[in-house]
Ligand binder design. Structure first.
Ligand SMILES: Cc1cc2nc3c(=O)[nH]c(=O)nc-3n(C[C@H](O)[C@H](O)[C@H](O)COP(=O)(O)OP(=O)(O)OC[C@H]3O[C@@H](n4cnc5c(N)ncnc54)[C@H](O)[C@@H]3O)c2cc1C
Length: 402
């Protein structure tokens, strides 16, 4: 069951130049035994491993590359409960109960991530923020007003801002927006590395570079075989391999796209908008942006169906200029200069919800794939669902993500 080799990103993400993204790992692997083996040391594998190690499970993590260097290093790491699919739309697709549970669970996941970071004192530039969702060509102000009303009816902290308030408060010229509490920004690589270190302190063992080539389930568990014929014998295994989807998952359910991101050179602290909230828009193609700990603007979007890594990377210079021009148009009066530009692979599901479920055709194995713009929020939920599965309990929302 090898995962396909996939070039997950190109260019140099801003996080590559930040400290505390390296984790110590073991290289020599012959035969390991553990309670749970976690394949993949990105943010998903790191959160899963920590959730299990915190409960005293004996965990082994294995990655075929340097830990925290997959999609996690490319992420712009806007941490939000708001899903790519608005609540109203999700309710129409999946039913109101399902949609409301998914939104409430996402809201709780952002809070839970803040708690994990505080509990383990992870230094990862975590900052709670509000989020501003601007009206655009996909959803105009009337749709956003209805969306904000629905969310507040079910207790989510969202309110509608009209055109005048938006212009007066944020200096942004759009026909309306939803302002939500309960969001955050973070350095995703420092977060993943911090979770891995915390898991190691609780006894987890991390191995790299070792590629899992095969999984053999049997009555008592599963044997994972590496490319160099080492074996990890586990009671259960979790595949947190990101957008390199393991075989057997319904691949046609995910749309694989390319996406781009930029970081400007640092600005003056006075150049920022009120509360430095996360900004995103109901538009296609969309733009989203946030600030960083060192006063840069980080922006992303311009998604395209380009699937070839070479063509994706060739497009980076053009896409970066387009993103910069869009930020400049949205936030006039600032002298923005490009400093970083990068590209990444991405997977989207029709509902915007992740895949967190037993791996098809592999007994004792679970698979985790966070889709869309909420990948990190979904990784938190995945860790909770996996922990319940390992402990033989049922997570009340598990069915939402299958
Ligand atoms: C440009 C960009 C912007 C994004 N912005 C946001 C955002 O603002 N907010 C948000 O929440 N999400 C965002 N995301 C999504 C989020 O970054 C991802 O959902 C998340 O990083 C995925 O983490 P992961 O651990 O699942 O995957 P990865 O970080 O890719 O880790 C998977 C690991 O599995 C390993 N692996 C794979 N196969 C094997 C094997 N056979 N054996 C051993 N190891 C293996 C890989 O080497 C890799 O290290 C963004 C993504 C991109 C690309």
């Amino acid at each position: 069951m090898p995962t396909p080799k996939k070039d997950l990103r190109g260019g140099r993400p801003i996080w590559a130049d930040t400290p505390r993204i390296d984790v110590k790992y073991r290289t020599r692997l012959l035969h390991e035994k553990c309670d749970v083996a976690v394949v993949g040391a990105g943010i998903s594998g790191a959160l899963v491993a920590l959730a299990l190690a915190e409960r005293g499970h004996d965990v082994v993590i294995v990655d075929r590359s340097e830990p925290c260097r997959g999609s996690t290093l490319a992420s712009t790491a806007m941490i939000q409960f708001e899903l790519d699919t608005p609540l109203i739309e999700l309710a129409a697709q999946k039913g109101a109960t399902h949609a409301e549970h998914a939104y409430r669970r996402s809201f709780a996941a952002v809070q839970a991530l803040g708690d994990i970071i505080a509990r383990h004192d992870i230094k990862c530039a975590w900052k709670e923020r509000h989020a501003l969702y601007l009206a655009g060509n996909e959803h105009g102000w009337r749709a956003l007003q209805d969306e904000a009303d629905y969310r507040s009816r079910i207790g989510l902290p969202s309110s509608f801002l009209d055109k005048e308030t938006l212009a007066a408060t944020y200096g942004i010229a759009r026909t309306g927006a939803i302002l939500s509490e309960g969001a955050a920004e973070v350095n995703p690589a420092q977060l993943a590395a911090g979770c891995l270190r915390a898991a190691q302190r609780l006894g987890a063992r991390l191995y790299s570079p070792h590629e899992i080539k095969e999984a053999q389930s049997h009555a008592r568990g599963v044997d994972l075989i590496t490319a160099d014929d080492a074996i990890i014998s586990a009671r259960r295994a979790v595949f947190a391999t990101g957008y390199t989807v393991i075989p057997g998952l319904p691949r046609d359910k995910f749309e694989h796209v390319s996406t781009w991101a930029i970081a400007t050179k640092p600005l003056s602290a006075d150049d920022f908008w009120l509360g430095r909230c996360l900004i995103w828009e109901a538009a296609d193609p969309y733009l989203y942006l946030r600030s960083t700990w060192d006063n840069r603007i980080l922006a992303g979007g311009e998604d395209s169906k380009l699937n070839s890594p070479e063509r994706r990377d060739e497009a980076t210079a053009t896409k970066a200029q387009r993103l910069l021009a869009k930020v400049q148009e949205l936030l006039p009066g600032r002298a923005l200069k490009l400093d970083y530009a990068w590209a990444g692979a991405f997977a989207d599901s029709p509902t915007g919800l992740p895949y967190i479920a037993p791996a098809p055709d592999l007994r004792h194995c679970f698979a985790v794939l966070g889709c869309g713009g909420n990948g990190i929020t979904f990784s938190v939920i995945a860790a909770e669902v996996v922990r319940a599965w390992v402990e033989g309990k049922s997570d009340p929302d598990a069915k939402l993500f299958q």
